[in-house]
Design a protein around this ligand. Structure first.
Ligand code: SF4
Length: 263
């Protein structure tokens, strides 16, 4: 009898899923031994369910804040939280963008540089900055990260510093969402990944979508980090979180998604 069974060598879903399962199990043990809770997710809906349950179990959460994150955009988390909790909670999304790509607080502007009278710009800018500062005292801060290591470290590089400072202290709780592409072996590979992959791509994103001047940066021009100190560089604060003290045992919750997200 002819055997009609044929292995599909191009379908690697099972292999990738098995690798994710193994890596996640390893990460969970590492992170949870240092009081960072770890959850696996397959989709945006899974992430939303985890966040809902998290908020449901903590009635005192009244203010929810965000930092900027391509991962959160891709999973639809900004829209979801706004729609679900907008009436019952205070949502502080200081880095939210208007349709023109400028920060929402400035309104919709012509493409490119804003053309607001200085006094108006200054007022809006102060409001924007105040909102960023307020996010550091929220009940729940939802963020992404640049890398997580198999040694159990969350690694992020930040220019303004709102994301990394909120990760360390301030918000009562932090939910950090990362795709599996952010998993690296150690700190060295994490920093390499940030400077040679994530940072240049993020600068190109800001230049193309938000009219910034990041194209002048050496990593954008050459595709490789040249360890610059350009004033446009956001590579100013590198933070490694490897655990939480016992007092913060319920503070950072890490969701690892079985998808490639952000960069
Ligand atoms: S340090 Fe400078 S060259 Fe390196 S990634 Fe950052 S901005 Fe680019």
């Amino acid at each position: 009898m002819m055997n009609t069974f044929k292995v599909d060598e191009t379908n690697l879903i099972e292999e990738f899923d098995a690798q994710f399962e193994h890596q996640f199990g390893f990460l969970k043990k590492k992170f949870e031994s240092r009081r960072i809770h770890c959850y696996p997710a397959n989709s945006g809906e899974d992430v939303q369910d985890i966040i809902n349950q998290f908020i449901f179990n903590r009635e005192y959460i009244k203010e929810i804040s965000f930092s900027d994150s391509v991962t959160l955009y891709q999973l639809g988390i900004f829209d979801y939280i706004r729609n679900k909790y907008g009436e019952s909670h205070s949502i502080n999304e200081p880095l939210e963008r208007s349709d023109s790509g400028h920060y929402k607080v400035y309104g919709v502007n012509p493409k490119g540089r804003m053309n607001l009278p200085f006094e108006e710009w200054k007022k809006k800018h102060e409001l924007w900055y105040d909102n960023v500062r307020k996010s550091l005292l929220s009940d729940l801060l939802i963020i992404g990260a640049n890398a997580i290591t198999l040694n159990g470290e969350i690694v992020s590089v930040d220019g303004l510093g709102n994301r990394v400072s909120g990760m360390i202290f301030g918000p009562r709780h932090v939910i950090c969402v990362v795709g599996k592409n952010k998993i690296v072996t150690n700190l060295e590979s994490a920093v390499d990944r940030v400077h040679n992959i994530a940072a240049p791509l993020n600068y190109i994103r800001h230049a193309k979508k938000h009219y910034t001047k990041h194209e002048v940066l050496p990593c954008v021009k050459t595709g490789k980090c040249l360890k610059c100190s350009n004033p446009e560089s956001a590579c100013m604060n590198t933070v490694v979180v490897r655990g939480q003290i016992h007092h913060h045992a319920d503070r950072i919750h890490l969701i690892v998604v079985n998808q490639n997200l952000g960069f």
